[in-house]
Design a protein. Structure first.
Length: 156
């Protein structure tokens, strides 16, 4: 399940709702991203997150389907916020649940790598010296490309 929303989320409530009544789950991994108070040594007072409705949901749904296919998940959840957030506010929640821990850990990492590297969210940081847009980082592209399946040999 995916949700894009302005309001905050309750990690415990989300976890309880996702796993309630599922006795086939043996491992649950959660990741919560929060707004930092600094970026590259620059103090931040806010971060504004924008998205393109429709496109963003389609991308999130696609990576969630891929994670479920690759890692045999029992349940998964991605919640991403948008709007103006302050340092310490929650930005993103990823929960993966599977029969075994390796699948849950790998799926959570896969989802976050793709979310950071491929999903269309735009971030603007605000500090005492003004605003600046945050661009994609090479390490995010590298993390995403590490999950790409190798191309089949043309001779096959």
């Amino acid at each position: 399940m995916i949700r894009i929303q302005q309001e905050d989320f309750d990690i415990g409530a989300e976890l309880a709702q996702l796993t309630s009544g599922h006795q086939d789950i043996g491992a649950v991994v959660t990741f919560t991203g929060q707004v930092r108070g600094t970026a590259e040594g620059r103090p931040l007072t806010a971060m504004t997150i924008e998205h393109y409705p429709g496109m963003t949901e389609r991308e999130l749904e696609a990576i969630e389907r891929e994670a479920n296919a690759r890692f045999d998940l029992k349940k998964s959840l991605i919640v991403h916020r948008y709007g103006t957030l302050k340092p310490g506010d929650n930005i993103v929640l990823v929960i993966t649940a599977s029969a075994h821990r390796h699948a849950a850990f790998d799926a959570a990492k896969f989802l976050m790598d793709y979310l950071k590297g491929r999903v269309p969210f735009w971030k603007r940081e605000t500090g005492p010296d003004g605003d600046r847009w945050v661009g994609a980082e090479d390490r995010d592209d590298a993390a995403t490309s590490g999950w790409e399946k190798p191309a089949k040999d043309a001779a096959e």
